[in-house]
Design a protein around this ligand. Sequence first.
Ligand code: ITT
Length: 194
Amino acid sequence: TGLIVATHNPGKLREIVELLAPYGVHVSSAAEHGLPEPEETGTTFLANAELKALAAALAAGVPALSDDSGLAVDALGGAPGIYSARWAGPDKDFAAAMARVEHELTDKGAASRRAHFVCALTLAWPDGHYESFEGRVSGTLTFPPRGDRGFGYDPIFVPDGMSQTFGEMHEATKHRISHRARAFGQLVEACFAS
Ligand code: ITT
């Protein structure tokens, strides 16, 4: 089966390809199809996932899968949340985005380092129907950032029960426990398991 992955984020695309590989699902990216990047006007991860998948499925005429995700920091009221990509600015400067998280946590105490990643997935069909799934993983933030694997905020996030950041651990380990892996577990069970 062919599926467009409606993302322009190479780190995400790589993880999605790896997570779907065992199911024999062939994917191509929105960028390869020259699909535009819709403005993310939603106020929740799910709303943004839905608008991205629907825009791609309707434009391309084939099923499309989107991922809207981000890091929610408890002591920051859930920020950066749906603004996780936008905190890195047009240059996608995640070192600066992670420094901003650290800066905004100044004076909030060690107890304030709790955070979770969220991944909302939507699979949409060209007839306009869609299904959505959400996965989360909880952990603690650490500074300075550690590790050069993964992408985005991975170097400051230590998932519960582990000592390495997502940026330090092997990809296969992240894929066992991540927010994205959990959302894909649900998607695969609902849509691809046979
Ligand atoms: P698309 O909308 O084109 O898919 P994007 O990067 O704009 O790409 P989002 O709006 O969903 O996507 O932003 C998600 C951001 O959250 C992403 O840029 C990362 O910084 C962060 N993020 C999501 N999943 C992550 C992960 O597994 N590890 C680290 N950071 C992650």
